[in-house]
Design a protein around this ligand. Sequence first.
Ligand code: FES
Ligand code: MG
Length: 577
Amino acid sequence: MTDRKKKPEDLRSHRWLGAKDLRAFGHRSRVAGAGFTRADYAGKPVIAIINTWSDINPCHSHLRLRAEEVKRGVWQAGGFPVEIPAITLGETFQKPTTMMYRNLLAMETEEVLRSYPADGAILMGGCDKTTPALVMGALSMNLPALFVPAGPMLRGDFQGKFLGSGSDTWKYWAELRAGNITEEDWQGVEDGIARSPGTCMTMGTASTMTSAMEALGLSLPGSTSIPAPDSRHAQMAENSGRRIVDMVWEDLKPSDIVNERSIDNAVITVLALGGSTNAVVHMIALARRAGVNLTLERFDALARKTPVLANIRPSGKFLMEDFFYAGGLRALMKSLGDLIDTKALTATGKSIAENIATAKTFNDDVIRPRSNPLVEKDGLAVLFGTLAPGGAVIKPAAMEQHLIKHTGKAVVFSSYDDMNDRIDDPALEVDATSVIVLQGAGPQGAPGMPEWGQLPIPKKLLQQGVRDMVRLSDARMSGTSYGACVLHVTPESHVGGPLALVRDGDLISLDIPARKIDLLVEPAELEKRRKAWQPPAPKYTRGYGTLYLKHVTQADQGCDFDFLEDNGAKTPDPEIH
Ligand code: FES
Ligand code: MG
């Protein structure tokens, strides 16, 4: 039995449904109008199920059904479930990028929970930005909350070979451009790469962030590795529904779970998974919502001691389905041993140590022991230097190793359109040693810092067999991508960072072991260019776009809105009447 800290009259929803006043009469009469009796809700926790299901988001197509399974659990445990749809961030459809709307969903989550009679929240998402968005909002509102991950899709299939989301798209696209596969093959890849509901099944941003939330303690142990169509996924949804009701009675809130130690646990887990570079931006934003100042330097320090243990694409060779069969995240966290602070409290009301006590690895090629890591360390590396005084990020595990230290001449594109117009021009002065540079792709510049950072390799070089080059931008990169791509260059070029001053032919030096990224141009010359630089016009002049441009922070701060960054959990809830 759960340790009850709250009585029914202490519930937040009591103000709506329990009070003996005219307003409460109005609320109750409308619950009755929806066909419920007092026995359905009186004295019970109201559980808001924030669901990002939508026809436009195939990664979440099963969440409509899963919400019913969550409700089943809520009813069983004596709660009153209320499903509330929220904006979905469908990674593959939303332009210019879902990142632009992460903060909108975070605000929606917070405000929905604040303005409705919620005692606890189930957060249903998984497709890339939906996870940080839902959790950022829930952290700021600080009601008991449990994240229910959408789960990865099944392995892709093409001509008897497994396909990985994203990673194999880029791979076969390069082969098509190089003339090595036919249009018919390409169609086969299209039909087989996403063959079930669920999120990308490589270690993209989706599985990176859902796993991070489990490591943080905000979802049920083992939940994030279960493939979306597996019946155990439905069981997990039901269990989550049961658990959130108890969390309300126990008054177990995100602020009891999320702190410096648990944030470190999440970051270490991301690194051990060979997770997406996007996690850097999201984890920083999320940590700041919880009052923890996670820095780029901290990320790098943890990367230096964390081995990559998950052999999953794009860093490794397997897919999320294999990872689940091999023991899943609980097994991986167990393999991490003393790198994880297992005393940390989680949503189960127990410590990580208790949650993973019985975990086992069933395939030690997929989940490596620390004695045989996939990569010894540096799943991510943070670079600083004259080109990125505020930092930049690279994923050394997913690139050709001869580029770890490289100096080359810049080939500069001033915008995404400029790049698309000229990259395949046979006359472009570029060779395999060049450094391809994209400007104007940052949080304000693009805007929204889209996943353009895996800059294309010019066609003429592809045809010569070149498959990796040093590429550099203020954009992000999809977690399913690979290559020697320097990302998140801060400050971005749109606000006049040194990136804005790079010109064709400038020498750029990348030195990952030294964590350096430098523009080898004389300071006097740079100063001259800086004086001549004109800030570009803002891309939006009305609506959400203007709000975004005015308030989005730079990548090293997490790209949250400046007015949401404070620790909402400690800010008193305004009086609601
Ligand atoms: Fe939704 Fe990758 S597109 S998770
Ligand atoms: Mg992605």
